[in-house]
Design a protein around this ligand. Structure first.
Ligand SMILES: Cc1cc2nc3c(=O)[nH]c(=O)nc-3n(C[C@H](O)[C@H](O)[C@H](O)COP(=O)(O)O)c2cc1C
Length: 214
């Protein structure tokens, strides 16, 4: 698969088949992701991958948090403001999903809360002393991971909902206190029967986000 082909083929998967992902495939995509660029090759990422019983316990812990209406406490603060352009694009995302997926779009919240039924989630952490710059490195790592997964025939989604309750993650995976969870990336085989996966997100017109100066 060529790179631009993979970039265009990747999209967020919001419903996975329960089949486990082979360990060698997970290892291959995580090793590929670690080839991402980082400031001075600092490689700030430290990734905790939950599958099987561990992921089941995390899911249970999250469902308890949702049931008790515990306020989310992600270790990277949630955004406090959005530009109007960003708000408009978010609205278009919601409208587009309803158009493409019909009633399945109503399951958006439940699928998020149920961790998309993913058989594996990679939680990407960085040390708390690191600056915002290291999040650039994590972004590059995350996209590399998702593209590598795409080549292996796997779906992925980077989701903040997966990182809303870090206390559960620290406890279940023994994540040391000096690390913070930046994002969760669900990985697995795409449930092609689920209509939520029919959705293809749009992009802003090229000229709106890109400016050339000769
Ligand atoms: C940092 C980050 C957080 C995200 N959090 C969520 C989330 O919590 N739930 C969700 O359904 N999608 C989440 N997404 C997926 C975005 O909605 C998705 O990437 C965007 O709509 C573009 O669609 P595409 O990935 O299919 O191209 C997140 C993506 C990123 C990069």
């Amino acid at each position: 698969m060529y790179v631009i082909e993979a970039i265009r083929a990747r999209r967020s998967t919001r419903a996975f088949r329960p089949d486990p992902v082979e360990r060698d495939k997970l290892t291959a995509i995580l090793e590929a992701a670690a080839r991402a660029p980082s400031w001075a090759n600092s490689q700030p990422w430290e990734t905790f991958v939950a599958t099987g019983k561990t992921l089941a316990r995390i899911k249970e812990g999250y469902l308890e948090k949702y049931a008790s209406k515990t306020p989310p406490a992600p270790e990277t603060p949630l955004p406090v403001a959005w530009t109007q352009a960003a708000k408009d694009r978010r609205n278009r995302l919601n409208e587009g999903m309803v158009r493409a997926c019909g009633d399945a779009a109503k399951q958006f919240g439940a699928l998020n809360q149920g961790m998309f039924n993913a058989p594996a989630v990679a939680y990407v952490c960085i040390d708390k002393v690191l600056s915002h710059w290291s999040l650039h490195d994590v972004g590059a790592y995350a996209q590399s991971l998702m593209l590598a997964a795409c080549e292996k025939g796997l779906g992925t989604i980077a989701a903040i909902t997966l990182a809303l309750y870090p206390d559960v993650l620290h406890q279940e995976m023994h994540i040391p206190d000096n690390l913070k969870v930046t994002i969760g990336i669900a990985i697995g085989y795409i449930d092609k029967e689920h209509r939520i996966n029919d959705f293809v997100s749009e992009r802003a017109p090229f000229d709106e986000t890109t400016h050339f100066f000769d």
